[in-house]
Design a protein around this ligand. Structure first.
Ligand code: 5AD
Ligand code: SF4
Length: 471
């Protein structure tokens, strides 16, 4: 793949990225000015936006949710599928008009899209009103780029991954549950996936830095952390010391923070030791996101997933047996090049065997520069859409029947905030990551409460706070 050649990567003397202290540049230059940020894509981007917010607030900006009030707009973009691009270019059209009314508006585009050379070139040639373009490897340079006040468009996108920064000033979206990066990038190179190109090779953070961050979050009253990485269970493989994800999980559990989650696990890196650790610590949540991608061994091979249909099912059953009450969700792509009706039936077969709690499903989207994009795609869109609908119907029926099993039970729920489902309601998640709308618990945001489940839908549960009456 042609990576951005607009500026060469910084030279580094060794192969491993250095661990550096974050720059956290502070200035009151933009005091009284507002920023508007829009985030597209995965949890990694959501967490990157928390870093970007920290950078902007250190420069004096305050957040606004009104685009018209903004003095600076940051779009943190996603490149995983073509429709993610379309959304950003659509929004850029709106920003162009806004800039006509307010020529001082600073427009910044960051995240995964600019890491694609074609996008960086397009922004340079067709979107000159965009002031700053930065990539995933140099978020930490954003303050410098903003302070530089260049009249010319500034494009700083590096093709080689940046350093690992510690002690960033995040502005976290929640004071109850927090994302904790444990690694950056991915070395798996699934043939359809752009992530190893946009986010670079795997770089694990140091164990002590992760544990310190979790401990600090716990001391500040956080109830839950989600360990984040594109392939969390490959954690440590790039470290000099001999240290794996299961050991990290165990040590995070020993901080005694109330709830620990982690995303995303690759089936190929899922060890027995991990299963044992998850099963033995009550504060590691019995919830695993385990992307299947396809149920056909032929397609899995073309995808470079490193497991067969049978191996996936064996792993799935082992996890189900050894972690009581575990819920397992998945990702599935339909319409990968050369996927026949029989291949698709194999996917349905795995879904019918595993009966996932829920799944994110996607139509395959060719990404420039990935090996799969070179395979001729002969499947008509209508066929792909038909497969997607069929798959979703099956998945939703299992989600509903899993959720119905909760009716009448009492579940521990971490309450996160007011619910959209009514003024008297709050929302939260069970240990197994089921969304619950709870009545009678308005005072309980931030707490773990016991909820009596009264009703179930495909995507959520309803419940009411269980009041214990002491004898
Ligand atoms: N087309 C469609 N879906 C994709 N995903 C990743 N790359 C593509 C692509 N090119 C899906 C995978 C992955 C999820 C985050 O996005 O299912 O697990
Ligand atoms: Fe992409 Fe595969 Fe890495 Fe996941 S494991 S980020 S699908 S390359």
């Amino acid at each position: 793949m042609n990576l951005p050649d607009l500026k060469q990567a910084r030279l580094r003397t060794d192969n491993l990225p250095q661990v550096l202290e974050a720059k956290n540049i502070k200035s009151d230059k933009f005091k009284g000015k507002n920023y508007f940020i829009r985030t597209y894509g995965c949890q990694m981007n959501v967490h990157d936006s928390e870093e970007i917010k920290g950078i902007l607030e250190n420069l004096g900006f305050s957040e606004t949710e009104e685009l018209e009030q903004a003095d600076i707009v940051v779009l943190n973009t996603c490149a995983i599928r073509e429709n993610a691009h379309d959304k950003v270019f659509g929004f850029l059209g709106r920003l162009k008009h806004l800039k006509k009314e307010n020529p001082n508006l600073i427009i910044c585009i960051g995240g995964c899209m600019p890491q694609e050379s074609s996008v960086a070139t397009l922004l340079k040639e067709k979107y000159p009103f965009v002031n700053i373009v930065f990539g995933t490897h140099n978020i930490d340079d954003l303050a410098t780029l903003i302070l530089a006040e260049s009249k010319k468009q500034q494009i700083e996108v590096f093709s080689i991954e940046g350093n690992v920064y510690e002690h960033m000033d995040y502005v976290r979206d929640s004071s109850i549950t927090a994302w904790v990066n444990i690694m950056y990038g991915c070395d798996k190179f699934c043939t359809y996936c752009i992530v190893p190109f946009t986010r670079g090779k795997q770089r694990s953070r140091k164990v002590k830095d992760i544990l310190n961050e979790v401990q600090d979050l716990k001391n500040r009253g956080y109830k839950e952390v989600t360990l984040l990485g594109q392939n969390v269970n490959a954690y440590g493989k790039d470290l000099e010391e001999d240290y794996d994800f299961a050991t990290l999980l165990e040590n995070v559990a020993k901080t005694n923070i109330e709830r620990i989650r982690f995303v995303t696990s690759h089936p190929w890196d899922f060890t027995d030791k991990m299963i044992d650790v998850i099963a033995s610590f009550p504060n590691i949540m019995p919830y695993i996101h385990l992307p299947l991608q396809s149920g056909s061994s032929k397609i899995l091979k073309l995808m470079g997933r490193r497991y067969t249909k049978e191996e996936y099912i064996t792993l799935y059953n082992k996890i189900k047996e050894r972690i009581p009450g575990v819920s397992i969700t998945t990702d599935i792509i339909v319409g990968f090049p050369n996927e026949t009706e029989e291949d698709f039936e194999e996917t349905l077969d795995v879904v019918n065997t595993c009966k996932f709690d829920s799944a994110f499903t996607f139509i395959y989207s060719p990404r420039e520069g990935t090996p799969a994009s070179l395979i001729k795609d002969t499947i008509p869109l209508e066929v792909k859409e038909e497969r997607l609908h069929k798959l979703n119907d099956v998945i939703n029926s299992y989600s509903l029947s899993h959720n119905k099993e909760y009716i009448g039970k009492n579940e521990e729920v971490l309450v996160l905030g007011p619910s959209e489902k009514g003024e008297d309601k709050v929302y939260g998640y069970t240990k197994t990551m089921k969304l619950v709308n709870v009545s009678g618990a308005k005072e309980d945001i931030g707490k773990l409460i016991n909820v009596h489940i009264t009703d179930a839908k495909s995507f959520s549960l309803d419940g009411k706070k269980e009041i214990f009456i002491k004898n």
